[in-house]
Design a protein around this ligand. Sequence first.
Ligand SMILES: [Zn+2]
Length: 217
Amino acid sequence: MKNEIFTVSLAKNPVISLKVEPGHFTTSHFHAAHYLDLNNLKTNAFLAKEVAIELALPYMSTTLVDTIVCMEGTEVIGAYMASELLQEGTYSINMGRDINIVTPISNANKNLMIQSNKQDLINNQNIIVLVSTVSSGITIGSALEYLSYYGGKIVGISALFNAYPEKQDQKIHSLFTSKDIPGYQLFRPGECPMCKVGLKLDAIIVHDGYIKIHCFD
Ligand SMILES: [Zn+2]
C-alpha cells in the first residue's frame, strides 16, 4: 500500500495546514484510512496563534467568555485565543474582562476531572471547550456533562478537526472537517473494509501521535 502523505490547507488562511497520512489506523473506537497530524498546529507558537485567531472569530463580538477548557494538548491555542478575545476593538465584547485557561486532568477511565482548587473557574462561568479532534463525540459529550455538573455554562465548542460535522447535537466550530479530507472515513472495527480484505494495521493512533505496528513501505 502506498502511503503518500499530502497536505490540506485552510482556504481562508493557507498558512494553517495539516498533514494527512493514508494507511490503516486504529483508535480505541474506530479504524481509519487516514492519520491527521495536528501536532504542529498545537505546538508551533506562530501556527497556534494563527489557529487561535480563526477559532476566536465566531465568539468575538457575540459571546462573553470566562474560561477556556483546553483538552488534547490545545493549551497554547487556548491562550492565544483568550488573548485574541480580550484585545481592544470595536467588536471585542470581552475587552477588559478576564479569561482563564483550564486544563483538565483525566482519571484512569479517561474521564475528565478538574482539580478542586480550579472549580471556581468552572462554576457559573461562561465556558468554551477547546479540543483537538471530535470523532465519536464520546469525549466531548462526557466533558460537557462533567462541566455542566460543576455549574459551568457552555457557550461554545471549538475543534481543530470534526469528523462528523452533520452528526453532532451541538454546534462545533471547527477549522477542518472530514469534508476537507478526500476519502476520509471512520469505521467500526467489525465493519472496516481494510480489515475485511486482510490488510494489516499500520499503526495505533494515540494521544498526539501514532505508534507503528507494521512497517510502512
Ligand atoms: Zn481495519
